[in-house]
Design a protein around this ligand. Structure first.
Ligand SMILES: [Mn+2]
Length: 448
């Protein structure tokens, strides 16, 4: 692996050195602070980066539960003023992109009502926000690539928080550009989603929706008609689509980040995804995709960590380089092996599916084993959500499963007062407590 890696890296570095973006970045005074960094003429090149004491050792960075409060973070002149960012020719093309001071003042990060200063500036719209999915490598990678291309704030959510976050963001009078990534819609939220995005467009906020989950054709049309930039292909993961759409604004390393996301989303066999993966050593990409996934899964309650991950990926770092990742991978792998025994002992079957209620682990962590160990073509795992009267449901299909599970889930969940949807062989839902058993029964019947 080591021998393979070198030429690939070198090739990437050569390419990166010539790109406008990386050249522009190096000049950023922000970066010059770190002596390790300054030496590196091209951002991607810098092996020094990994060792930069500021990054790796700063406990404030990684451990600080309140990311935002860390003075180093928020006030860092580096981040705030970054003329390199703003003046980069690549960036200036898009009017939305030009001013992006968002990064610096990051209200999203702080969770403080950042709107206040903006209001004082008499309605200046300057903020760029990327609302993305927090639960997997595709969502995190998409946020990282958007951040690399446009700067701005990353707001990471799961499906339960998606609409609340969107409402909150849309109420910010300083919002100038909004990217929504890897967040599929369901019958339950799609109308409100269209409504909010349309009103943002009416307020002249630039809005892009980048996703690969099943979408109602009418909903897609309405978004398009409202002037939302639709980057939507069910055949490629979100990060790959972000990469493809904004390649000119991204470093060469971004293709690696997108390839990892494709692996994590089981979409590395698609046309664009496989072309990206081909550029790298397969094992190396799989290793990094796994490191990324396990660290994301293991840090779902640590927003600070997840935002840091986004930032590091956006700065052309490899997942394996990040501090303490192997420790977390080991812990996560241990959990996985326990989950295997747990599922083996508790999985139940109906004619067309295997199913299991889980409590010791997440539904998403167990569902692949429910599928595999049940011997059926569909696996359903569900877990009662704390403080809610709902189950979080994860569903997976085998390669020989002929039903589009995302569509079936969307329909059944809506019928039973929940919501859900997703891909043909991987999807999820939220189902009200009293209807869970019925959901599994009807799912089984629909597969027959
Ligand atoms: Mn995805």
């Amino acid at each position: 692996m080591v021998t393979d890696k070198t030429p690939v890296r070198e090739k990437m570095l050569r390419n990166a050195a010539g790109t406008k973006t990386s050249a522009a970045r190096t000049k950023s005074p922000a970066r010059t602070k770190s002596p390790a960094r300054t030496k590196s003429p091209a951002r991607t090149k810098s092996p020094a980066r990994t060792k930069s004491p500021a990054r790796t050792k700063s406990p404030a960075r990684t451990k600080s539960p309140a990311r935002t409060k860390s003075p180093a973070r928020t006030k860092s002149p580096a981040r705030t003023k970054s003329p390199a960012r703003t003046k980069s020719p690549a960036r200036t093309k898009s009017p939305a992109r030009t001013k992006s001071p968002a990064r610096t003042k990051s209200p999203a990060r702080t969770k403080s009502p950042a709107a206040a200063p903006a209001k004082r500036r008499a309605g200046a719209r300057t903020r760029t926000v990327c609302l993305s999915h927090m639960e997997d490598a595709d969502g995190i990678s998409s946020a990282a690539l958007i951040r690399e291309a446009f700067g701005g704030d990353s707001v990471l959510v799961d499906y339960t928080e998606q609409m609340d976050a969107l409402r909150r963001i849309s109420e910010d009078p300083s919002l100038k550009t909004l990217y929504v990534c890897d967040l599929g819609l369901s019958q339950k939220n799609q109308d409100e989603f269209v409504k909010i995005l349309s009103s943002l467009r009416n307020a002249r906020v630039a809005v892009a929706y980048i996703d690969h989950h099943e979408i109602d054709g009418e909903v897609a049309k309405r978004l398009d008609a409202a002037g939302v930039r639709m980057i939507h292909d069910t055949n490629e993961c979100t990060a790959v689509q972000v990469h493809s759409a904004f390649r000119k604004l991204l470093s060469d390393h971004s293709s690696f980040v997108a390839a990892c996301a494709a692996i994590a989303d089981y979409m590395e066999d698609r046309p664009l995804g496989s072309a990206l993966l081909q550029m790298y050593d397969r094992q190396f990409a799989m290793l990094n995709a796994t490191i990324l996934t396990y660290n994301i899964v293991g840090h779902q309650r640590n927003m600070d960590y997840l935002l840091d991950l986004v930032e590091r990926l956006s700065e052309s770092r490899y997942p394996f380089e990040m501090p303490r990742v192997f420790k977390h991978v080991r812990e996560q792998a241990k959990k996985m092996s326990k989950t295997i025994s747990y599922v083996k002992e508790n999985v139940k079957v109906m004619k067309n599916l295997g199913y299991m209620e889980v409590s010791k682990t997440g539904a998403g962590a167990a569902v692949n084993f429910v599928l595999g160990l049940s011997g059926k073509d569909v696996g359903v795992a569900y877990k009662k959500l704390s403080k809610r009267d709902d189950y979080a449901v994860s569903i997976r299909g085998s390669r020989s499963c002929g039903t589009h599970l995302g569509r079936l889930t969307n329909r059944l969940a809506a019928k039973l007062g929940g919501s859900g949807g997703g891909h043909d062989r991987a999807c999820g839902a939220m189902i009200p407590l009293p209807n869970m058993a019925r959901f599994v029964r009807e799912f089984n019947l629909s597969l027959g």
